[in-house]
Design a binder for this molecule. Structure first.
Ligand code: GLA
Length: 378
């Protein structure tokens, strides 16, 4: 028997940039998922989740194929399938899952399930798999077995983030730069606010955005929109370079989608550079502004925000947050706000009151601390 933990994540910047080979800047949360596995000689996967009622889900590992398992159990089963497909036969196992992450809150509970299960099954099978390769296998479980066409940020964050750091990941080259991010030391709170509107990645909007980005890249003659980021960042004026590059897109919707991807990647780099430099008096004010700019871009250009998120961002800022943005795929989930510790109570109260006045469900609050990646617990 072995037990592995994998964290959820928040993302400081770079949404919908990962599948465009752009930049992302996630950090791991202290909360996450634990998976305990035991060997079974009968070739069955027997999957239980403490958060789900009902009988365990039982499937024959040899009979797994994409779409053959539905619901929460598709994630652990998908990992067994993806490991086997990659040449690491998973075999039968009892898999017990426990989680203190909210589901559908945009903090990547699914990748935390995949990565904790992947590590536990690797130990059970005696497979020594490098973490980047394991991230790719876990992602395959989600893309090909579950059928959610997501990018790479979530599994990379769960497996490769570091405590006290945010991780700048170039999804084109897979280069990683860990940058110090210690909000508490800076007198700040990275506050994750769950708007209680659940988001589901398998729904069509995510795939639709992805297709639009691919079409924009095709029309611009580049392999992916991320390819435009480096060129624009090196130009004398980033704004002019982006405008020039995008002027070749006749369709205004595609132009806005592409603008979001390029600018969010650029913002991720700007924040990483700011965190890497010695902090000055204006550092976090500037980072907060970049967060808010990122939210506006997701709302107006990429059109993946939702009403409760827009309200949360506006209310948190009015109550003293330095900046705020939605995190994850959108259409539900959480907002990340950067809040001076002395304004925390005020921000929480203002958001809670605003939700109450609209008869919305009470929001959830989580003071996020950049935490270590997945690890063995027992
Ligand atoms: C979801 C996906 C990620 C990423 C984000 C948006 O969380 O799983 O791959 O695309 O949305 O940044």
């Amino acid at each position: 028997m072995n037990t592995w933990f994998a964290p959820g994540r928040a993302n400081l910047m770079g949404e919908h940039t990962d599948y465009n080979q752009g930049m992302v800047l996630p950090f791991a949360l202290a909360r996450g998922v634990t998976a305990t596995v035991t060997r079974r000689a009968d070739g069955l996967l027997v999957m239980r989740s403490k958060q789900m009622t009902g009988d365990p889900v039982v499937v024959d590992v040899a009979g797994l194929s994409p779409g053959s398992v539905r619901g929460w159990a598709a994630y652990p089963a998908g990992v067994a399938w993806a490991l086997t497909a990659a040449g690491y036969p998973a075999g039968g196992a009892g898999i017990d899952i426990d989680s203190d992450l909210p589901v559908g809150a945009g903090v990547s509970s699914s990748a935390a399930v995949e990565c904790s299960v992947a590590l536990a099954l690797c130990e059970l099978g005696g497979f020594a798999i490098e973490r980047r390769e394991l991230a790719a296998i876990a992602r395959r479980a989600e893309n090909d077995f579950v059928g959610a066409p997501t990018g790479m940020i979530d599994q990379y964050a769960a497996l490769l983030c570091q405590a006290g750091h945010a991780m700048l990941l170039d999804c084109g080259t897979q280069r990683i730069r860990q940058v110090p991010f210690d909000p508490v030391r800076a007198g700040l709170v990275a506050l994750v606010i769950d708007t209680r509107v659940p988001h589901a990645l398998v729904s069509g909007e995510y795939a639709a955005r992805r297709a639009e980005c691919e079409e924009a890249a095709r029309q611009l003659g580049v392999p992916s929109l991320g390819a435009l980021v480096t060129a624009a960042a090196e130009a004398e004026s980033f704004g002019q370079a982006v405008k020039h590059a995008l002027s070749r897109l006749a369709n205004p919707v595609l132009r806005r989608r592409a603008r979001h991807v390029i600018c969010d990647s650029w913002r991720a780099r700007q924040i990483a550079d700011a965190l890497d430099a010695p902090a000055g008096p204006g550092t976090f004010r500037r980072i907060g502004q970049l967060l808010t700019d990122g939210h506006a871009s997701l709302r107006d250009d990429f059109e993946v925000s939702w009403e409760e998120a827009d309200i949360t961002v506006a209310t948190a800022r009015a109550a003293g947050a330095l900046g705020a943005k939605m995190v994850g795929g959108g259409f539900g989930g959480s907002v990340l706000a950067l809040v001076p510790a002395k304004r925390l109570a005020k921000v929480r109260a203002a958001v809670a009151e605003e939700f109450a006045s609209r008869s919305s469900e009470e929001p959830g609050f989580l003071e996020a601390v950049p935490s270590p990646a997945a690890r063995r617990l027992a």
